[in-house]
Design a binder for this molecule. Sequence first.
Ligand SMILES: [Zn+2]
Length: 413
Amino acid sequence: MRTEDIFALGLGLTPPWQVLSQRLDTEKAPHELHLVLGADRGATYPCPTCGRNCKAHDFEEFTWRHLNFFQHHCYLTARVPRVTCPNHGTRRIVVPWSRPGSNFTLLFEQVVMTLAREMPVATVASFVGTTDKRLWRIINHYVAAAMKRVDLSRLRAFGLDETACKRGHRYVTIFIDLDREDRPVVFATEGKGKQTVQLFRDHLITKGGHPNRVLEVVSDMSGSFVAAVEEHFPQADLTVDWFHVVQLFTTAVDEVRKAESKERALPKGTRWGVLKGRETAKTQTQAEALQELEREAFATGIAYRVKEQLRWIRRAETSQAAQWRSTNFLNHASELIAGEPLLKPVAKALKTYKKHLDRILFRWCSWHTNARLEGLNGLFQAARARARGYRNVTNFITMIYLIAAPITDFLAQ
Ligand SMILES: [Zn+2]
């Protein structure tokens, strides 16, 4: 068997294509293996539209990066014909080893897609020996193609949350299917607030779904989400995720702590002590800080006590019990914070809680677990890490889809 035939076998070439010649360029580092592909004179090629075998009209030379051959970079070169089809005119044919417009072979791209699911793209780039910019083009293509095939006709409950894409003011809003345990992300878009909800509605319709079939939406307490959901998903009950309730008060505690620390020295260990819940293990310093905050009547200590009462509400077994506890909580907390200007952030959080109480209580009737949106934080972090060094909004969304959208089966094809 000739060397050329062995290469042809390895590439999976089918007639009329064969390996015409091979050359190892040792001037380059790493060395480059160049394989020239071609067909016999007078060969016919399938029309890219109808598959009919046609004669070549003219040729143009193209080169593709292929999988490394041992330690050498490998390139394929071929003169690719345009054919003249009686029905479709003169068209460039599609070669079997690459998709139209790509400078890489299909096998190379497959390896890139497999690696990109496991490690940061910058790492993949240095591993295969190309730029991450080129790899992003490949990954964006395959992920977008796979997302086109996701069927949302049975979607009846979704959750949404927003995150910063990077430092600055670019946001991405993510939509998850609440009935999907694994890989729940069904849509992500740049921006936040009202218009993203409308974009999701439009997306849902193109994917076979219908806004009126959506019966539950879980979100945070931002007013723009609430209004947009009511407008675009009229049949849906809106639930506020408990995670966002806790987040609301945690942020308030932190604001009080920052403001108070400018007026008087806070005990060492305060910051992390108040962030952790009462039932979470703490260091000795953190535990002592909490005791001192209580004893010395720090505003931060009061804010912390208010936040910790949420646990008591959370443990209520029925919606009625949660309502009763919430009323007590609001009254008691208002008394605790009265007359202390430093506690304004807590007053604001209480006001928000009261305003959204019905939606918060709905979680006790909801058939969906409430930890779903909380899990998104881990996803955002993973996507940021994978898109490290090259984080524009498109790449960030692509990485979120690659990690957490239901596209595994579609990527493999
Ligand atoms: Zn044709």
